[in-house]
Ligand binder design. Structure first.
Ligand code: EPS
Length: 389
């Protein structure tokens, strides 16, 4: 069974819900580590007032007993604290009242799903679109990704993330071991390792907020400790880099993705793009560089995966852009909603989570097994085969 998940829930509804299917049995879950990932997503300089209301924790309500998965679907929920302010507006039952009491939305925000979703689903209250399209949903994806991450960690696979740039301010290449990168970025409110860049980014976020505007940036995810051969060249939808690209661009507000040197490859001759193959007794086959970001032919090549995603500035602005009221068809310019001036550091955690998920899925596809013991035996056997090659 292939690993899969679904999420449900609205940003101001009672909770987010996720169901994960296809996990092997006997995966020991560290609940504290799971909630730590949710906590990481809530942090970061530039977040708005909503994050002061929420204290995200995942409650597991199925598929786990005495600390271990049973092989059954794992169900988990993340409660929305803010719901208590929205119980009437978000009531499942019909409610009486006017547009104001229902907080009906009829002014679509440029850059959001509001107008496209309203037209597509024939909804004249755009709240029915924005409630689900909200990036709140990423809390559920981080919870799901945290489970995937724990599975990968059992096999020595580590996932890290960092902010590459915010609003055009770029961090220098960190060039450090993955554990140090994880520790250093964790201490930074903008998830960078360089203090000077951090100060500049914070100042820019503060200025942007004061201006009623928003800014985006670029985030990077690194996955180290991988075996060669996750994904496959034989079919388009088995290429793991392609799947990761889809997962990254599916994160709210993400507009692009690249691996390794990415778009820069267009400017260089092939001799400065491809990674030379080396062999030693100690390391076996390995590469002289990692410009391709860990992939050739849609398969991992044993080097760390390095993937970057670009996040556009959040479209809910205190300085709104022009739009048209769907009732009157008249232009309007003012509708102030609370928002984040910059959610790039949080998005870095979301990206780690969706990448961890895709890698775990490919890992289970390759090594299979209904229990952790079976998975481990299959993995060990493959590593032996690769070592003897
Ligand atoms: C979001 C709008 C804000 C953000 C929210 C994403 O929420 P609200 O509409 O309640 O002010 O805080 O992000 C989260 C709630 C979260 O957990 O990340 C949006 O429109 O996408």
């Amino acid at each position: 069974m292939s690993l899969r998940y679904l999420t449900a829930g609205e940003t101001h509804g009672p909770q987010l819900t996720a169901i994960i299917e296809g996990l092997p049995s006997n995966l020991e879950l560290d609940f504290e580590a799971l909630n730590f990932q949710l906590h990481r997503r809530q942090k970061g300089h530039g977040r708005g007032r909503r994050m002061q209301i929420e204290q995200d924790t995942a409650q597991i309500v199925g598929g786990v007993r005495h600390g271990k998965t049973t092989g059954a679907p794992v169900a988990l929920v993340v409660a929305n604290n803010d719901w208590k302010h929205w119980t009437s507006v978000m009531n499942i039952e019909p409610i009486s009242g006017n547009d104001e009491t229902k907080r009906r939305v009829h002014r679509p925000r440029p850059g959001h799903a509001d107008l496209n979703g309203g037209l597509k689903y024939n909804q004249t209250d755009l709240r029915n679109i924005l409630e689900r399209s909200s990036a709140r949903e990423t809390a559920a994806r981080v919870a799901v990704g945290a489970v995937a991450r724990q599975l990968l960690e059992k096999f020595g696979i580590r996932v890290a993330g960092r902010v590459v740039s915010i609003g055009g301010i770029a961090a220098p290449e960190p060039n450090m071991p993955i554990d140090e990168l994880i520790a250093r970025t964790e201490e930074s409110p903008v998830r960078v390792t360089d203090a000077e860049t951090e100060a500049k980014m914070i100042a820019l976020i503060d200025q942007t907020k004061a201006d009623g505007d928003s800014i985006g940036g670029v985030v990077e995810c690194i996955v180290a400790g991988l075996p060669v051969g996750l994904g496959s060249h034989v079919q388009w939808d088995r290429k793991l880099d392609g799947r990761i690209a889809q997962a990254v661009v599916s994160i709210n507000a993400f507009k692009g993705v690249e691996f390794g040197i990415g778009f820069e490859a267009a400017n260089r001759p092939g001799s400065q793009v491809h990674d030379e193959i080396l062999y030693s007794e100690e390391k076996g086959y390995h590469r002289a560089s990692n410009r391709l970001g860990g992939f050739e032919g849609g398969m991992t090549n044993g080097m760390p995966i390095v993937v970057r995603g670009v996040m556009k500035p959040i479209p809910t602005l205190y300085k709104p852009l022009r739009s048209v009221d769907i009732d009157t068809k008249e232009p309007f310019t003012a509708q102030v909603e609370r928002s984040d001036a910059c959610a790039v550091p949080a998005a870095s955690v979301v990206m780690e989570s969706v990448v961890a998920w895709e890698v775990a899925k490919a890992f289970l596809e390759k090594f299979g097994g209904d229990s952790m013991e079976e998975l481990q035996a299959n993995y060990d056997n493959y590593l032996r085969q690769v070592a003897e090659y």
